[in-house]
Write a protein that binds this ligand. Structure first.
Ligand code: IMP
Ligand code: MG
Length: 181
């Protein structure tokens, strides 16, 4: 089907996860969160830019009193040998003694999430839970526990539903996988 292939910049992508499947997985995830966290003082933290659609759709299915805010991960060249350091920007909510639920679009190697967790711990939340729309188990290199995973996917590059290729391709309701002819 022609409609299943999209062009983003110089690359072609093929539809791999239809929006109905994404929405179903998000509803199931929201059910688990509603059940597990309803009695806690919860603040969701969506990680921009990638998790904006996921955060929005998930949050509409949360049915207890809670808060949401958003943070951005800014990459900058560090002076240490580790090279690319990631810094969290935009924390102005008080998260002390709260249950923080990090909302991420995708966990690949896990390096970004590891860095986010480390920085958020400094603000002394009661606990930190991780909820990710997508997880690439074959690429994962860290050892933290991922509390909530909506969908596991193969180790291929994807776009759509908030995820980008060089800043483009975020605007699709479905998810598309890099297509090699
Ligand atoms: P990690 O640090 O390797 O876990 O990568 C996490 C970040 O890389 C995500 O927040 C995404 O921004 C980006 N990323 C990882 N895999 C993909 C992909 O397949 N498509 C688009 N972005 C991705
Ligand atoms: Mg991201």
């Amino acid at each position: 089907m022609k409609m299943d292939i999209i062009q983003v910049l110089d690359k072609k992508f093929k539809k791999s996860i239809p929006s109905e499947q994404i929405q179903e997985a998000i509803k199931n995830l929201a059910d688990r969160l509603n059940n597990d966290l309803k009695d806690k003082d919860v603040i969701f933290i969506g990680i921009l830019n990638g998790a904006f659609m996921f955060s929005s759709d998930l949050f509409k299915n949360i049915n207890f009193d809670c808060q949401i805010t958003f943070l951005k991960v800014a990459s900058y060249q560090g002076t240490s040998s580790s090279g690319n350091v990631k810094r969290l920007i935009g924390i102005n909510e008080n998260i002390e003694n709260k249950t923080v639920v990090i909302l991420e679009d995708i966990i690949d190697s896990g390096i970004t999430m590891q860095s986010i967790i480390k920085q958020l711990k400094g603000y002394e939340p009661a606990e930190i839970k991780i909820a990710t729309l997508l997880f690439k188990p074959e690429a994962f290199k860290e050892d933290f526990a991922i509390d909530y995973i909506a969908l596991e996917i193969p180790n291929d590059f994807i776009v759509g539903y908030g995820l980008d290729y060089n800043g483009f391709g975020r605007n699709y309701a479905d998810i598309y996988t890099l297509y090699v002819e």
